[in-house]
Design a protein around this ligand. Structure first.
Ligand SMILES: NC(=O)c1ccc[n+]([C@@H]2O[C@H](COP(=O)([O-])OP(=O)(O)OC[C@H]3O[C@@H](n4cnc5c(N)ncnc54)[C@H](OP(=O)(O)O)[C@@H]3O)[C@@H](O)[C@H]2O)c1
Length: 355
């Protein structure tokens, strides 16, 4: 670790490398996070085996590079514990950069009394080894069951009591976000799928978020790796062995609904031409495109922490500096305009989880 670290013998100075300037955004409760976040679904086990020890070690390089914000969930296998162990090591350092841990609570619908809600919050705090949660993003599976309002009421109380800094949502649609905000519950962000393939957030969510100071945090921006050079010119992956992570199979279904593999190849070719013009990768173009959208606070890029060859730090950092010119956007939109409207096919943000 490139921080001042205590050892049992003495204080060891590990050459402090200058941290890159990663753009930041401040959430409504005051927490500053990186506009590029490290996604930890990839350590859940649904993206291949992970060694928790290697994952903890791998986090150092992200933080050294200035990528200090991590997104996880109570349901991402050992993600919260991995963050907790990393956090424990940071706390034992003499000087260390601040890291931000954004987690989620994804309960099965059921009674949402104060005890249930507080237990969930304290479980994440304990796993993450923090005194309070930087940000809790709440997910709900079934709008027919209105107990999400009970849960959010208790979460809001816990926020007032200091256990949660930023109260946030994930995969809520515009109608429910509006309902929640109108009850006086302060929502910092809504984490939604947002990519060149899935531009549903621009249809309704964006306007509401801009008007109410809610940041959108985007996921699926790289389609689990589909929106990269790796799939340019490739025949269509169909089998489970080809779509071998939960992300690849999730986002391949989106590509199918969006317009299919042939049109997707046209999009990758257009992105490749832009990437070559701008001297960056397809992933950087895809990331910057979403970062540039109104109301987008940040893009979460999935990281298979500790897996050799799955580290994309420098390329991710490069995304922030890319400038997409009008000619680039015209080339991209000439393909996008031939795609299906996912709002019609799937519904508003998060509806894919409720079908
Ligand atoms: N709220 C929700 O419901 C929800 C749902 C999904 C995801 N998320 C969050 O969003 C995060 C992002 O995950 P995602 O599933 O949406 O995946 P993603 O970020 O679209 O794709 C991640 C994959 O893209 C590849 N990649 C990343 N950077 C690259 C680069 N610069 N060049 C080439 N390839 C690159 C990597 O593949 P390799 O590892 O194979 O190299 C990586 O595993 C998750 O970890 C999670 O935190 C939230």
């Amino acid at each position: 670790m490139k921080f001042l670290r205590k050892t049992h013998e003495s204080t060891l100075i590990l050459g402090a490398r200058r941290m890159a300037q990663v753009p930041k955004v401040r959430l409504s409760g005051g927490l500053e996070i990186c506009r590029l976040l490290n996604g930890m679904w990839q350590v859940s086990g649904a993206h291949g085996p992970i060694s928790p020890q290697k994952a903890v070690k791998a986090m150092e390089a992200y933080v050294d590079a200035g990528l200090t914000s991590f997104d996880m969930a109570d349901i991402y296998g050992p993600a919260e514990e991995i963050f907790g162990e990393f956090n424990r090591q940071l706390k034992s350092a003499v000087t260390a950069p601040a890291v931000q841990g954004l987690t989620k609570w994804v309960p099965r619908p059921g009674p949402m009394d104060r005890k249930v809600v507080e237990q969930a919050v304290r479980r994440s705090m304990s796993r993450m080894q923090v005194e309070r949660l930087d940000c809790l993003q709440f997910h709900w599976w079934d709008y027919g069951d209105q107990r999400y309002l009970d849960a959010l009421g208790h979460l809001s109380d816990l926020q007032q009591e200091g256990l949660i800094r930023e109260l946030a949502l994930t995969n809520f649609d515009t109608q429910r976000l509006e309902e929640i905000v109108s009850r006086g519950i302060r929502i910092s962000s809504n984490q939604v799928q947002y990519s060149l393939i899935d531009r549903r957030p621009a249809a309704k969510m964006e306007k509401f978020c801009l008007a109410h100071g809610v940041q959108m945090l985007a996921y699926g921006t790289l389609g689990g790796g589909l929106i990269t050079e790796r799939y340019l010119g490739c025949r269509e992956p169909k089998s489970q062995s080809e779509l071998n992570t939960a992300s690849l199979s999730k986002y391949k279904k989106m590509v199918d609904m969006w317009g299919g593999w042939e049109l997707f190849q046209e999009l990758l070719s257009a992105l490749d031409a832009v990437a070559r013009r701008r001297g960056c990768s397809i992933a950087s173009v895809a990331t910057k495109y979403v970062l540039d959208q109104p109301a987008v606070g940040g893009v979460i890029v999935g990281c298979r922490l500790g897996v050799a060859g799955a580290e994309h730090i420098q390329d991710s950092l490069r995304s922030c500096g890319v400038s997409l010119a009008p000619e680039d956007l015209r080339a991209i939109h000439s393909v996008l305009q031939r795609s299906q409207d996912l709002l019609l096919a799937v519904g508003d943000c998060g509806d894919e989880y409720r079908k």
